[in-house]
Design a protein around this ligand. Structure first.
Ligand code: NDP
Length: 452
């Protein structure tokens, strides 16, 4: 087929929309990647002929299952669970598990699709997957969470394995949930193997895994700034979220001499003009992972801080921004307010937190903007290193893992800058760079396999 006979971007997207009716997040994620890939493959006949992009945008499989569990009042509760195995061209499927009432098939398909490019960017042998449930862990007792996790794993275990698919944590799934699920996997299969990452260090987890996503997002930010001869030190920073990624991103910003002004949760955001220092971050970690409280309590405890109910932190004046809560939490208007307020760089700890309109605003204003698939890849990279340690039955030291994380983030920055730089080498479009660098490795592996 001649290159000119190929479908164009809009025809391709019309097909994606028809096949995935109503799956808005998935369609949004595919469009964001497709617009860059179409330019890249315009003169590369082999990718067209093998329908590579169409194949990556169709998950290898989507498993959906019932999760039945009993609450503390002996009521039988029914939830839905999923595992989306998007692509395993370059390694076993790998990606987190999310427990949140908003979880649906579209969100998990978007996350598994994105994960495929992210995992490729890390340079480690990992394919892309994602899973989860519409279970809401908020307000549940430890025993309820345990019974749910056990029931979830009772179905999931048959679809995963250390060389097949290796899930990890994500929103609503931290160390506690991974522990319950790993225990159940071991009980069912009678095998101790690295089938989940994000485990506690006592039973095969990796040093640095909890910190890796947040620290990695700041390392990426640091690399972007350095590329333009700038630095984190002395700069004000707005951060959303108050979970694993947000608190560790805040920690690294503080360590590098930056000042963190905000954190948030689904109830609103807190603004602390004095700066959220390490002691305050530790308080938030305890609030969120042990007391399981709300971020509004911060403003009761630290009296100079204010709580803004139902709002997001993007209109607070600052120079750096790290969206670290959830998808589509930063829209076009908020992006415009940030540009007006003098934000110079945005690094996404969360997955797809900025809407397509917001991304356009950042690009038009030539703001340094790092998409989640590049900036938050540090988490899955250390997960990949956890898999290696489990296979070797060894435990690496924190220093070694910290150095590896920094090297991997530097390398992802370099690859993204290489493919994302404009003609005169001035502005770097990191979205384009990450999409192309991530795509190329997966696409070339698929070409090698022929039509499978
Ligand atoms: P956590 O569950 O630890 O924290 C999530 C945070 O986001 C909480 O503060 C939560 O508030 C907030 N949040 C969740 N949903 C919403 C919503 N609809 N509106 C506003 N705030 C919301 O999750 P993580 O920190 O692990 O994950 C955060 C993001 O980072 C996600 O996009 C995830 O996919 C991404 N990510 C995580 C990785 C990891 O290693 N953990 C790796 C790569 C990406 P509340 O407590 O009110 O729910």
């Amino acid at each position: 087929m001649a290159v000119s006979d190929h479908v164009n971007l809009e025809q391709f997207m019309a097909g994606v929309e028809k096949r995935n009716m109503g799956q808005t997040e998935f369609i949004q994620a595919v469009r964001e990647v497709a617009q860059d890939i179409f330019d890249f493959i315009a003169d590369k006949e082999e990718y067209h002929e093998a329908q590579i992009l169409r194949r990556i945008a169709e998950p290898d499989r989507v498993v959906s299952f019932r999760v039945c569990w009993e609450d503390d009042n002996h009521n039988i509760r029914v939830q839905r669970g999923w595992r989306v195995q998007n692509n395993n061209a370059i390694g076993p499927y790998k990606g987190g598990i999310r427990f949140h009432p908003s979880v649906n098939e579209s969100i998990l398909k978007f996350l598994a699709f994105e994960q495929t490019f992210k995992n490729s960017l890390t340079g480690l042998p990992m394919g892309g997957g994602k899973g989860g449930s519409n279970f809401n862990p908020k307000g549940k007792s430890d025993s309820e969470v345990m019974r749910f996790c056990q029931s979830f794993m009772t179905e999931l275990y048959r679809h995963i394995g250390p060389d097949t698919d290796v899930p990890a944590g994500d929103i609503g799934v931290g160390g506690r949930e991974i522990g319950y699920m790993f225990g159940q996997y071991k009980r069912i299969t009678n095998r101790w193997e690295g089938v989940l990452t994000g485990k506690a260090v006592e039973y095969g987890g990796s040093q640095m895994r909890p910190e890796a996503t947040g620290y990695g997002a700041v390392y990426f930010l640091q690399n972007m700034l350095k590329h333009q001869g700038q630095d984190v030190e002395g700069r004000t920073t707005i951060i959303s979220g108050s979970g694993n990624v947000a608190t560790h991103a805040a920690e690294k910003i503080v360590e590098l001499g930056g000042k963190v002004l905000t954190l948030s949760d689904s109830g609103g955001f807190i603004h602390d003009p004095d700066g959220i220092d390490q002691e305050k971050i530790n308080w938030v970690k305890e609030l969120k992972t042990e007391r399981r409280g709300r971020i509004s309590e911060y403003a009761d405890h630290f009296t100079n801080a204010t709580f803004h109910e139902g709002a997001r932190p993007w209109r607070v004046e600052a120079e750096l921004a790290l969206p670290c809560a959830t998808q589509n939490e930063l829209n076009g208007d908020e992006a415009r307010a940030m540009v007006k307020n003098g934000v110079i760089a945005v690094s996404e700890g969360a997955n797809m937190p900025t809407t397509l309109e917001g991304v356009d605003v950042f690009h038009d204003a030539h703001i340094m903007y790092a998409p989640g698939k590049a900036a938050n890849a540090g988490g899955v990279a250390v997960s990949g290193l956890e898999m290696s340690q489990n296979s070797e039955r060894v435990s690496w030291h924190t220093e070694r893992l910290g150095d590896l994380l920094q090297d991997i983030m530097k390398d992802i920055h370099e690859k993204s800058a290489e493919y994302g730089s404009d003609e005169d080498g001035g502005y770097v479009n990191y979205v384009k760079g990450a999409n192309i660098a991530g795509f190329k490795k997966v696409a070339d592996a698929m070409l090698a396999f022929g039509v499978v």
